[in-house]
Design a protein around this ligand. Structure first.
Ligand SMILES: [Zn+2]
Length: 567
């Protein structure tokens, strides 16, 4: 009996002690750093397998195009969204962030980034569902909608072919107008979507969706606008001059006066690409080349080998496969792959250099000792910038010749390539001005006359004439406004980053050479520079701190403007 009593007592005491200990843990706040570490560890344990599964599913869906692969892709993405929508977890990370005082900068950075990831998903589930449904509805309309001319439907590429080749202004106008019809079909839904997105932003404490999206990406409207104003001032005159030269040729092609050129006289529906008006073909040197071998040699030569990436990649056209190109880091442990549809021409040379540029800025070259959450590029604009920096070489004759290819008339190739490159940078930058300023203004005041806002900006920044009497929602025919909102400015900021990093490399490794002629071929120090100054800090540094670390200056438009100079 006594024995049992002792046992009972011991058991009772143990329960009491346990309760007391639990009370103590609750009353005394756990050490901040421990709490943060535990949150991060718990998050990574739950999310990492989901993220790897989502990356694999995304890859499979794009390679096969099969419905079941797309379903799996959606399922895995939904699981991630569900995990991040957990309101309790959000409160936890918010409390840790607000308490501050984390001495370990990496841990503090992880908490800041996690806070933003959870914040994005804290919209009320009903509203979130409505937004997803509406965005899907509009996206589907884009997928099924075809330009219709004289009762005949045209595919996207047929529209582009007419705009590239037709010499008839009437035909161009009809096709261009037809390509805008999708805008009128989706405009009401898009405006409703904008209102819902703004409502979501207000739920999270932001004045509008534009401000929210910038905040989630560690940017703010005033800074971005300041940068775009600087860029505007530096590109206004060179753009006007380049456009005047192009206009002369475009007008000749259609037998009209330059002053009578209309938006349909350019080679794509938005004048976001450089019209191909030159007689020298940049494709010629590439037509018999092995583009993959060229890439392997080039990247090997600068100390950033990509043979393993190429071996894992899916590189040629096949049925069902996505016609685009992308690079993905599946597991942040070196499983990096590229999807492409390689054809031997200049476009694919540039695209391969671009995607493989993403591939070297990945867990292949980011220190493995960094924690999972920080083992990725600093920002979308910095990885786009690196990719664009390498992409530019396909239009540089000394690079082409150094790669062992024959350029028939190097002086002519160079002159054309330089003009095409400059025109591309200028035209795209002016187009990005329209996109940034339109989206910002639209989310700030969705009830204004958006048709007018769009054409005012197109006239001001792209120097295009609004067709007389036209009052259509032409902005709504740009799919990015629906599927990739508040994103476009990052492409342009990536271009600024590309120019700035390239000039930092030129300064430190190729002194005395005009940066516009610098090619990296065979210089292992380029790889060292990239690893140390650009890839190494990974996500431990926000984008602008990384820019300062890599180039000595905050992101600005000066280097980009120098790259635009013709001589
Ligand atoms: Zn890219």
């Amino acid at each position: 009996m006594t024995g049992i009593r002792v046992l009972l007592f011991a058991g009772f005491a143990a329960v009491c002690l346990l309760t007391l200990w639990r009370e103590m843990v609750r009353a005394v706040p756990a050490d901040q750093a421990d709490r943060a570490k535990e949150f991060v560890a718990n998050h990574v344990a739950r999310l990492r397998p989901l993220e790897i599964a989502a990356s694999r599913a995304w890859w499979n869906a794009n390679v096969s195009g099969k419905a079941e692969d797309f379903e799996e892709k959606e399922r895995t993405q939904n699981k991630i969204d569900e995990a991040l929508a957990d309101p309790q977890k959000f409160q936890e990370v918010k409390a840790i962030k607000e308490a501050g005082g984390l001495a370990d900068p990496l841990l503090a950075r992880e908490i800041d980034l996690l806070y933003l990831s959870y914040l994005e998903k804290q919209v009320s589930p009903d509203l979130l569902k409505k937004m997803v449904a509406l965005a899907n509805k509009v996206e589907k309309q884009f997928n099924v909608s075809r330009a219709k001319v004289d009762g005949k439907e045209m595919t996207d590429s047929e529209v582009r072919r007419v705009l590239k080749q037709s010499k008839s202004s009437e035909r161009r106008q009809a096709v261009w107008e037809a390509s805008k019809a999708v805008g009128a079909a989706v405009a009401d839904d898009l405006k409703e979507l904008v209102r819902e997105r703004n409502q979501a932003a207000r739920q999270l404490g932001f004045p509008n969706y534009h401000a929210l999206q910038l905040h989630l990406n560690e940017q703010n409207g005033a800074d971005v606008l300041h940068l775009f104003d600087e860029l505007d001032a530096l590109t206004r005159e060179p753009f006007a001059a380049a456009k005047a030269e192009l206009d002369k040729k475009l007008a000749e092609d259609c037998s009209v006066k330059p002053a009578d050129l209309m938006p349909w006289h350019y080679h794509d529906p938005f004048f976001q690409e450089a019209p191909a008006v030159y007689s020298v073909s940049l494709d010629a040197p590439y037509q018999k080349a092995d583009l993959l071998r060229l890439c392997t040699d080039f990247y090997q030569g600068i100390g950033l080998p990509v043979a393993d990436v190429i071996a894992r990649s899916d590189l040629y056209e096949k049925p069902g496969k996505s016609p685009h190109a992308f690079c993905t880091d599946i597991d942040r442990e070196g499983d990096v792959r590229v999807l492409a549809n390689v054809v031997p021409n200049e476009y694919w040379m540039g695209t391969l250099l671009h995607e493989l540029g993403h591939s070297v800025y990945s867990s292949k070259n980011i220190p493995a000792k960094l924690p999972y959450l920080l083992r990725m590029e600093s920002h979308i604009l910095t990885t786009e910038g690196v990719a664009m920096m390498f992409e530019r070489f396909s239009k540089q004759s000394n690079w082409v010749e150094r790669m062992g290819l024959t350029v028939e008339k190097p002086a002519e190739f160079d002159e054309t390539a330089r003009k095409v490159r400059r025109n591309q940078l200028l035209i795209f930058s002016r187009w990005c001005q329209v996109m940034l300023r339109f989206e910002k203004s639209m989310y700030e005041n969705p009830d204004q006359d958006l048709n007018k806002l769009w054409w005012d900006l197109v006239a001001k920044y792209q120097l295009l004439k609004k067709p007389a009497g036209r009052n259509q929602p032409d902005f709504a025919s740009k799919i990015h406004i629906v599927v990739a909102p508040v994103y476009y400015h990052n492409y342009q900021m990536g271009q600024l980053f590309a120019s700035q990093v390239h000039r930092a490399i030129a300064r430190s490794l190729f002194p005395g050479i005009d940066p516009r002629n610098v090619m990296y071929n065979g210089n292992l120090k380029v790889g060292e520079f990239m690893k140390e100054k650009v890839f190494g800090p990974a996500r431990t540094l926000p984008w602008n701190e990384l820019t300062r670390f890599a180039t000595g200056e905050a992101l600005n438009a000066k280097a980009f403007a120098l790259d635009l100079q013709a001589n």
